[in-house]
Write a protein that binds this ligand. Structure first.
Ligand SMILES: [Zn+2]
Ligand SMILES: [Zn+2]
Length: 374
């Protein structure tokens, strides 16, 4: 019995798509049109048999139960595989096959992708930016037609205007009719008597232009803005593709974005953390007052609601989350040291015991909680 799974290099539980893909990949290198060697032909025959069986759910089920239509002496099961199945797998075509007749010179243009670097503030509030792009635009000499003005086209005399050439080929499967595009006219069915001098018959030229684009508030790195019809113009005056602008938000020295919240760290002198105070903070919304409660701990998070990034969808904004970093004083002068010693004495802290905090408390736990809450 033949091992068709091994022949295609797929596992026994491969999906129909896997099988089709595996076959197509092998056929691409083994097909007699590509590889004329006798070994390749033999191999192509084998993988085609394997695909004939595994590519058909009914035959595959029968094969899994022990029936092999190609085993020596096997009878029935039709006359092997049908060529159209193979061609379908090979060209990925469904019913109907390739389109007939000359193809149109007009083609939709390709989409274009450009990257735009913006500052975090632009992402918070949105911005208007200028973007210099280089794309294909309609040739102004021939207006996309491709022919030098005043000249005409003539019907291709190689294919007679059909744009394709039919050939009968002999193969191990018998006679096969194949159709390929005409090389002389590239499948268009007609040739330009005199291609446009400006665009060499392509109907378009590349140029640089400046676009004004509106960057909506709330975009983040990786957000793509689609601008319909601003991409590459099509061949032969075909419609333009779309332009995609991919946003890259530069990192900020103070604020970090997580979702639509902004995070930053404020440094508090130990005394201010203990006694409480009011701070002025420079935010994207100007100077803001931040209330520091007495007894604020290192790692405590304080929130200024609605001062984060504008939501891209919906309304409102994220929050600004300020993390406290309590700074222990260094380089104490004599008087300061004396005062601190007195404080320690008053608080009974001259010789503190080494209290270990529970794992979910302390600085690490607080940081983790602050991140989890976001
Ligand atoms: Zn032109
Ligand atoms: Zn032709």
């Amino acid at each position: 019995m033949n091992d068709y799974y091994q022949e295609l290099g797929v596992s026994r539980d491969a999906s129909p798509e896997d099988i089709k893909r595996a076959y197509r990949k092998k056929a691409r290198t083994l097909h007699p049109d590509v590889n004329p060697s006798p070994e390749a032909e033999e191999q192509f025959k084998k993988v085609s048999q394997a695909y004939d069986v595994l590519g058909d759910p009914e035959k595959r089920r029968a094969y899994d139960m022990g029936a092999d239509p190609y085993a020596a002496g096997a009878a029935g099961f039709g006359q092997g595989f049908s060529f159209s199945d193979i061609m379908d797998a090979f060209f990925g075509g469904g019913a109907g096959g390739p389109q007939r007749g000359p193809r149109s010179r007009q083609r939709r243009g390709q989409d274009a992708l450009v990257r735009l670097d913006i500052d975090l503030a632009d992402a918070v509030f949105g911005a208007e930016k200028e973007l210099v792009i280089e794309t294909a635009v309609v040739c102004s000499t021939c207006h996309g037609d491709g022919a030098q003005p005043g000249t005409s086209r003539r019907t291709c005399d190689v294919c007679g205007g059909r744009g394709e050439i039919q050939q009968v080929q002999r193969s191990f499967l018998g006679q096969v009719m194949t159709t390929r595009p005409c090389m002389t006219c590239q499948g268009y069915g007609e040739v330009l008597v005199s291609p446009c001098f400006e665009c060499s018959g392509d109907g378009r030229v590349r140029t640089r232009r400046t676009l004004k684009i509106k960057v909506p508030a709330g975009v983040d790195t990786g957000t793509r803005i689609q601008l319909g019809g601003e991409g590459e113009v099509g061949q032969g005056g075909g419609p333009a593709g779309d332009l995609y602008v991919e946003i890259n938000v530069r990192s900020h020295g103070t604020f970090q974005r997580r979702g639509d919240d902004l995070h930053c760290t404020v440094e508090l002198p130990m005394t201010a953390a203990a006694l409480g105070t009011t701070l002025k903070l420079d935010t994207f919304d100007g100077s803001q007052e931040l209330e520091i409660r007495p007894g604020t701990q290192a790692g405590d998070a304080m929130t200024l609601r609605g001062l984060g990034v504008t939501h891209l969808r919906g309304t409102g904004r994220g929050d600004l989350v300020i993390h406290a970093n309590v700074v222990t004083p260094t380089r104490l002068d004599d008087q300061q040291e004396e005062l601190l010693r007195q404080l320690a004495t008053l608080r009974g802290e001259e010789r503190p015991e080494g209290h270990l905090a529970p794992a979910n408390h302390g600085l690490l736990g607080k940081l983790r909680d602050a991140l989890k809450a976001k």
